[in-house]
Design a protein. Structure first.
Length: 124
């Protein structure tokens, strides 16, 4: 730890931990997510208002569109290689696509939230 770092910053995770575990960027309480890919209005522990800095709009499409193309390509390759029954393929795709899309949304929204909080001077 360098002399300029505070004790509070030691051991704190970044975007991945915030996305996976729903950790508040300020106090690290598990209060970031209200739904699978929707922020809570504010942190229940420290009161940081997430709604003011929530990424909205078309910016997330740059992540979702290429990811969707990769998922479609993967589904077509799997169908060509294995030829599973339709019911199995549909069930598998529902689980895989929803998990990948929600995971990507959580990761990108957490990264954008942390970047906006740092730009606003709320986080160090």
């Amino acid at each position: 730890m360098t002399s300029g770092e505070s004790q509070n910053a030691k051991g704190q995770g970044g975007h991945l931990r915030a996305a996976l575990f729903g950790l508040c960027p300020r106090c690290r309480a598990r209060s970031l997510w209200d739904a699978p890919a929707a922020f809570a209005p504010a942190c229940r522990a420290c009161g940081l208002a997430f709604a003011n800095y929530e990424p909205r709009g078309r910016g997330l499409y740059f992540v979702l569109l290429p990811l969707t193309a990769l998922l479609i390509t993967g589904a077509l390759k799997l169908d060509d290689a294995v030829r599973p029954p339709l019911w199995l393929m549909l069930g598998l795709m529902v689980v895989v696509v929803s998990g990948v899309i929600i995971g990507a949304m959580r990761l990108m929204k957490a990264a954008l939230l942390i970047a906006r909080l740092r730009a606003a001077g709320v986080l160090a």
